[in-house]
Design a protein around this ligand. Structure first.
Ligand SMILES: [Cu+2]
Length: 383
């Protein structure tokens, strides 16, 4: 006698959404548990320090005979202002930019023999997540495209072999509200960094040219000291150099993963959180969960290419799309196939080709789930 197994059924749209919700909740629980463990550890360390200090004071007082003579003793207060003091958030009442969803469609290569990018630095107060206070982000706008209302910087796209002209203004007008010196460093270029990636003051301009010889998804970023502060404050983005002979697809998208470390509401980012690698938000294209709330719409069976950049500055990305397998991947010059997840260290990038075979919602995320719970999640909707 033989048995016939039921063929596995394709998950429904509801089931896929439930799956994502369950993953999200599980990661959230783990995060909560980690937080309480950290709090306990911190308290334990504090209690230990307090006990040692207390002992030292008592021994000292006994040695000087203070306790023996029955005099009043003062024990140091470890409360306000001590090592456990937490800075109070000051409410922010200034203007906040209105959110507008960045178009995830990869921009076209600019016209002309030399590809010219007029880049403007702007420092602006925006939200980067619906449930977080506004924060002051330092960003790059390119050729008139500014993603105000988010923390994203504009992507740039050229073809392999193109001559590229960069003109970076550190705030071309007072509307850019630049307060700090900045610079721009292109990983796609081969130029002497001390001459080209130099730091300029507010209102100044730096220009240079290079030939984009190598194909790939390259990071650009501010290289001004302290570089962690500048990159952690938002000054990162992607330059795509398309290889010769890249097969056409139906849709090309850009996804820049980026961390945000929120300081005082409406104020500059928090350097301590950056050094501890504890971002408040990790987002694709400058705003947490934005493509989950408003998915990217395609047709089932269409060929999709996502150009992904992990701009960090410090945390790994594990880009994954639920409900498909990448047919082809090109990451840092390595071509792969049949991949579930691509591994992107901070500053690495590449592209993935895939299809979504049946109508439905296909979430994408960093499969490093703690970052997913902080906003590194979105979705495609195949119709
Ligand atoms: Cu900078």
């Amino acid at each position: 006698m033989s048995t016939v197994e039921e063929p596995p059924k394709d998950p429904s749209l509801e089931e896929l959404e439930e799956l994502l919700r369950a993953e999200h909740e599980h990661a959230g629980e783990l995060e909560d548990r980690t937080r309480s463990l950290e709090a306990m550890e911190a308290f334990g360390a504090f209690a230990g320090v307090a006990a040692v200090i207390g002992l030292v004071i008592v021994v000292g007082l006994l040695a000087t005979g203070v306790l023996g003579k029955g005099k009043t003793t003062v024990v140091h207060d470890m409360g306000a202002g001590g090592p456990m003091a937490v800075q109070k958030a000051v409410p922010y009442t200034g203007p906040v930019e209105a959110y507008k969803r960045p178009d995830p469609t990869l921009p076209a290569v600019p016209a002309g023999q030399v590809k010219t990018f007029n880049i403007d630095v702007f420092e602006h107060v925006t939200k980067v997540a619906a449930d977080q206070p506004p924060t002051r982000v330092w960003s790059y706008g390119v050729n008139g495209t500014f993603f105000r209302g988010t923390g994203a910087s504009t992507p740039m796209v050229v073809d392999q072999g193109d001559m590229v002209r960069i003109r970076m203004h550190n705030g071309s007008s007072t509307a850019m509200h630049v307060e700090f010196p900045h610079s721009i460093d292109f990983h796609s270029s081969e130029v002497p960094p001390e001459k080209m990636f130099k730091t300029i003051g507010g209102g100044q301009t730096v220009s240079f040219t290079f030939r984009a010889k190598h194909p790939g998804v390259f990071m650009y970023h501010c290289a001004t000291d302290p570089v962690l502060m500048h990159t952690g404050s938002g000054m990162v983005g992607m330059m795509v150099v398309k290889p010769k002979g890249l097969p056409p697809v139906d849709h090309e998208y850009w996804m820049t993963q980026q961390e945000y470390y929120i300081g005082q509401p409406g104020g500059n980012a928090d350097m301590d959180k950056m050094q501890a690698m504890k971002p408040d938000v990790v987002a694709f294209n400058g705003y947490a969960d934005q493509y989950k709330k408003a998915p990217i719409v395609v047709k089932a069976g269409e060929r999709i290419r996502v150009y992904a950049m992990n701009a960090g500055p410090s945390i790994w990305s594990a880009f994954h799309v639920i409900g498909t397998v990448f047919d082809r991947t090109t990451i840092e010059g390595q071509t792969g196939h049949d991949a579930q997840t691509v591994n992107l260290a901070p500053s690495q990038g590449g592209w993935m080709d895939f299809t979504l075979d049946a109508p439905g919602v296909y979430p994408f995320l960093s499969h490093s789930f703690a970052t997913m719970t902080k906003g590194a999640a979105g979705a495609f909707k195949a119709t």
